[in-house]
Design a protein around this ligand. Structure first.
Ligand code: HEM
Ligand code: HEM
Length: 177
């Protein structure tokens, strides 16, 4: 199959749409997850957090399928091989985390007593997980540790994008706008 560079020097439209939509959903969920402890007496963010996270899972599967059909636009010639590898490494980790976070969350929520719904519109099936099982405990720990890793990598990713745009003044960020 030929892999198209669909939009010349930019990421194609679907890739850009999915990137920014999912960047907003993921950032919201990282913040919501981290702030939940301090805000829980004021507002219960968890039902919204779960619905957004399940949305991320579905969108990630679609996004990965779509990713196989095209090639990213070229980098500026001045970029060194290690920088390209670092960028691609972080991005590959993002795809993994965009699957691992919702899946560990789903396992965790399945063992809880609250019903699991998608924005209150329909029930999402609960997986067969007991609260004292190794799967539950690993997922809970994984959700927390990977959540922090995700936040750190987002900071690196955003800093790199801003460095390209504001300091190096090349077209790396514009390719995603
Ligand atoms: C992109 C997807 C997601 C991200 C980035 C994310 C991120 C986080 C973070 C950073 C925390 C705080 C760390 C912790 O206490 O574990 C958290 C907590 C939590 N997440 Fe997620 N999450 C996602 C998806 C989900 C999903 C799909 C569910 C369930 C269906 C879920 C359920 C929970 C629950 C119940 C907590 C509170 C854990 C506790 O404090 O007891 N998350 N999440
Ligand atoms: C949670 C937030 C974010 C996530 C999960 C995320 C995820 C990703 C992923 C997976 C890619 C690779 C696309 C591909 O080739 O398949 C990517 C590329 C890119 N992202 Fe993000 N992103 C986030 C936020 C941002 C923000 C806030 C900016 C800008 C300030 C940004 C700028 C870029 C740029 C410029 C690229 C293209 C980089 C390249 O070609 O190497 N991203 N992002």
């Amino acid at each position: 199959m030929t892999r198209l560079r669909t939009d010349g020097e930019r990421y194609n439209q679907v890739a850009r749409l999915l990137h920014w939509l999912m960047a907003a959903l993921v950032t919201g969920n990282i913040l919501g997850g981290l702030l939940n402890d301090s805000l829980k007496d004021t507002i219960n963010l968890i039902p919204l957090h779960k619905s957004i996270g399940l949305t991320v899972l579905v969108l990630t599967i679609a996004r990965i399928a779509w990713r196989f059909t095209w090639q990213a636009p070229p980098y500026p010639p001045a970029m060194e091989a290690w920088q390209i590898m670092a960028a691609r490494g972080v991005q590959a980790a993002f795809y993994g985390l965009m699957l691992a976070m919702p899946l560990t969350g789903w396992v965790m929520a399945s063992a809880g007593k609250y019903p699991l719904t998608w924005f209150g519109l329909f029930d999402v099936p609960k997986l067969a997980v007991a609260r004292d099982s190794a799967l539950y405990l690993t997922s809970r720990q994984g959700h927390e540790v990977l959540g922090y890793l995700f936040a750190a990598l987002v900071a690196v990713h955003v800093a790199a994008a801003l460095r390209h745009h504001l300091i190096l003044k090349d077209r790396v960020l514009e390719r995603m706008l």
